[in-house]
Design a protein around this ligand. Structure first.
Ligand code: G6P
Length: 371
């Protein structure tokens, strides 16, 4: 009923709007009075964590994209090599696993069969397994050595939204915790990032306050047959997630690319009026940002319609953007938390206008319990 959906037409739209809260809840109670980061069900000792020399993240779907963002944070903050792999591929390739490998399984439901089988395999090789999960007592955390629970609350829409944002938060917390234990960041550096994370709910709310612009944009694209997404660095998984949302909900051909790969193939797809959504890295990361701008120029010169997600106050993109969507000023590693929100709103609205069932897309299940 409408009451269950808080007056929204879909659970998904309700869940998108719950994201500031879900992120705040997932950050709650993670700091000791001494200002140290504390994770309740970490269960792995500092000594065990210090012996970790490789991290492998496994997940499916949207959770896999959270894992891709996590890799950037983990390697940057902890200097520990980190791979990200689709759970369905993992155990079939004879992965190198030792007792000093930490396998991180990310699963909103905690029941995804591919992910469960992957951690079972990791355990036979005596690797440590940590689950990032939104569902208390589900199978994946029960079979893991440690858990970081996200506090998104129940997610009903089949396409994950608040689940994804809270997974990102858990990944940042894990990376910072490892940095604390390993001493790869100073305490005040960790404190600074935690402070920035605590500001994210307000930033996400500001993006939501601008939803009408995204809805108007969706209205202009109900006739599109294909949509491309470009990103770099932590914006690359955001591009992939934006495309996945359109496939899931609007049944549209949509693809995300690392912007630097354009010239190696995807640019051949560009044709007149093709919508290309571009996640522009924040100012301060100028090398990344300038290369992104030249990518935007390239596709626009070939007739694409460029829809650019850019930081507030960044004026350099304006001449090459058909549409500018403003994002709050945040560090590049945390940018996915704000940049993905307009893409969620876009897919939700476009699917609604096309007459699709947003909460129950065809052929999809909330939790896939077969391999
Ligand atoms: C299904 C859902 C996706 C989800 C994926 C992984 O395909 O439709 O939204 O991202 O499973 O689910 P998990 O519960 O393991 O995060």
């Amino acid at each position: 009923s409408a009451a269950e959906k808080d007056g929204h037409d879909w659970f998904m739209r309700k869940e998108i709007h719950e994201q500031p809260h879900a992120v705040a809840d997932s950050l709650l109670g993670r700091r000791t009075p001494e200002g140290l980061l504390h994770l309740d069900e970490m269960r792995l000792t500092d000594q065990e964590l210090r012996s970790i020399d490789k991290i492998i993240i496994i997940a499916c779907g949207t959770s896999f994209y959270a894992g891709m963002v996590a890799k950037y944070a983990i390697e940057h903050w902890t200097r520990t090599p980190c791979e990200v792999e689709l759970a369905s591929e993992f155990r079939y390739r004879d992965p190198i696993l030792t007792p000093s490998t930490l396998v991180v399984a990310i699963s909103q439901s905690g029941e995804t069969a591919d992910t469960l089988q992957a951690i079972r395999h990791a355990r036979t090789q005596h690797s440590r397994v940590l689950a990032i999960c939104n569902t208390n007592g589900s199978t994946i955390p029960r079979e893991s050595d440690a858990v970081i629970y996200t506090h998104a609350g129940p997610e009903i829409g089949v396409a994950s939204t608040k689940g994804f944002l809270t997974q990102l938060v858990a990944c940042y917390l894990l990376a910072l915790y490892l940095a604390q234990v390993k001493g790869t960041l100073y305490g005040d550096e960790i404190g600074n990032v935690l402070d920035q994370l605590h500001e994210m709910p307000d930033h996400i709310q500001r993006v939501l306050d601008g939803e009408q612009q995204v809805y108007d944009l969706a209205k202009e694209h109900t006739g599109s047959r294909s949509v491309l997404f470009l990103g770099r660095h932590a914006g690359y998984p955001v591009a992939l997630e934006g495309a996945l949302k359109l496939k899931e909900l609007a049944y549209l051909h949509a693809e995300g690319f690392a912007a630097g790969e354009l010239k190696h193939g995807p640019i051949a797809l560009i044709e007149q009026d093709l919508p290309v959504l571009c996640v522009v890295p924040p100012q301060g990361r100028d090398q990344l940002r300038e290369k992104m701008i030249s990518g935007i120029q390239e596709v626009r010169a070939r007739g694409a319609r460029t829809i650019c997600l850019v930081e507030d106050g960044d004026e350099a993109i304006a001449p090459y953007a058909d549409v500018l969507i403003r994002l709050p000023k945040v560090p590049v590693l945390l940018q996915p938390l704000v940049a993905v929100v307009p893409l969620q709103l876009f897919a939700c609205e476009l699917a609604t206008l096309m007459g699709h069932d947003v909460d129950q897309p065809r052929n999809l299940a909330k939790s896939v319990t077969v391999e």
